[in-house]
Ligand binder design. Sequence first.
Ligand code: SAM
Length: 180
Amino acid sequence: MPPSLSVLRLGHRRDRDKRITSHLGLTARAFGADEVILAGDRDPSALETWDSVTERFGGEFSSRFEESPMSFLRKQSKSGGTTIVHLTMYGSPWRETIPSIPIGKSALVVVGGTKVPAEVYHLADYNVSVGNQPHSEVAALAVFLNSWLGPVDNDSKFSGAKMKVVPSAKGKVVINDDEE
Ligand code: SAM
């Protein structure tokens, strides 16, 4: 796992993207990220959803809104301390590119919604495609994180959970500490 892994969601539109943005943050959390950063429209409900899931299902995942994503990205790029990975259908193939992306350094994975500013392609250390067909930021993020990081260790990543799902071939089995 990289020392710290953030996912930056560019261009959120409160009216149109609520559900997909919510799923993006949950996918980031479930597949090993430490933080989701929301940019575009200010939308406290997205942050509340992510924080509430973390509160119930454990771990240290955090969320925040970024007012100026481009200056944030420029700063990250200039500092050199964080690897910037931009997921885009125009990028280099994921299977070939992933082995070169360092694991020992903090990383920021950037995904778009509407049109991504051209500058993002230049600020990114890696522009990575998950196939060259247009699909979804959620799918791209899940495939990328799973391929880059491998499976997430549930016990270490989601400690302190109030609710824990017990894998079951049939039905739902959930341990809920609040009900004890
Ligand atoms: N034209 C866009 C692009 O550059 O990938 C597709 C827009 S799509 C609705 C929104 C986001 O999903 C993109 O900004 C990108 O982060 C992600 N995405 C979509 N298809 C992808 C693909 N094949 N590979 C990697 N990321 C993809």
